[in-house]
Ligand binder design. Structure first.
Ligand SMILES: Nc1ncnc2c1ncn2[C@@H]1O[C@H](COP(=O)(O)OP(=O)(O)OP(=O)(O)O)[C@@H](O)[C@H]1O
Length: 234
């Protein structure tokens, strides 16, 4: 069953179309990636998925419902968690306070996953009272993922989780995403330019060029990294 679908979406800013006739499916329980070079429209696609950018044409479905005109806050309550590019943690707030905000953004009916977030990311547990702005890029990324996860979303959208994160932490984050998916059952759609992260963390991969989906790579095609390299190496 598809948990999330974009069907023939065209979207942009003002009269400039950025996404052109984009269709993409994410099955419940899956981890799917989207790769593409700088400026092809990956972040715009994530914004459309979250409800921060309205499509001019096309349809968005989440959990069987048409959410095309649903606002971002309602999508969050319905079970979509979003980690934006650059993370956007609240720098003057502590780790704990950032997580509390994440819990409020999500649905009130869902169990909150504070314990799980601290188990998956012990660095956050050790820094509960530290201001988020004083943490490293990797720790802030963990916090941003934790802030989205604490509300117990069905679908987690991650926009370039490896960006500005040191290599050893990139590996740690990809392993945690796999574990969260396997143990909690969270479905994940992420955007990346990091080849290793894409190969290790996802089961299949859409490729975007100039606002269009031009290929979908299976797990086998991903594991033979040459195709991924061809699409994102400059
Ligand atoms: N708010 C905006 N207003 C106008 N144009 C925008 C806006 N945001 C993005 N764009 C343009 O849309 C195009 C796609 O940008 P987008 O950020 O979606 O690409 P991307 O693939 O995520 O890039 P990157 O890998 O560099 O993050 C770019 O040409 C960008 O300049």
């Amino acid at each position: 069953m598809n948990l999330f679908e974009l069907n023939n979406v065209t979207a942009g800013y003002g009269s400039t179309p950025i996404l052109r006739d984009v269709s993409l499916n994410v099955e419940a329980g899956d981890i799917v990636s989207l790769i593409g070079r700088n400026g092809v429209g990956k972040t715009s696609l994530m914004k459309v998925a979250m409800g921060l950018l309205s499509p001019d044409v096309g349809k968005i479905k989440f959990d069987g419902a048409n959410v095309t005109s649903m606002s971002a806050d309602k999508r969050a309550k319905a079970g979509i968690g979003y980690v934006p590019q650059g993370r956007d943690v609240f720098p003057q707030m502590t780790v704990e306070e950032n997580l509390q905000i994440g819990a409020e953004v999500g649905s009130n009916d869902r169990e909150k996953l504070y314990d799980e977030v601290y188990e998956y990311f012990p660095r956050l547990s050790e820094r509960k009272d530290q201001n988020a702005g004083t943490m490293s890029g990797g720790e802030q990324q963990m916090l941003a993922i934790g802030r989205a996860l604490v509300g117990n979303p069905d679908l987690l959208l991650l926009d370039e989780p490896s960006e500005g994160v040191q290599p050893s932490i990139v590996t740690e984050i990809s392993e945690r995403i796999r574990e969260i998916n396997e143990e909690i059952g969270t479905t994940v759609l992420f955007v990346e330019q990091n080849i290793q992260f894409t190969i290790s963390a996802s089961n299949s991969c859409y490729v975007m060029e100039k606002g269009q989906i031009v290929d979908k790579l299976s797990k086998t095609e991903l594991e033979d990294s040459s195709k991924v390299e061809e699409y994102i190496t400059i």
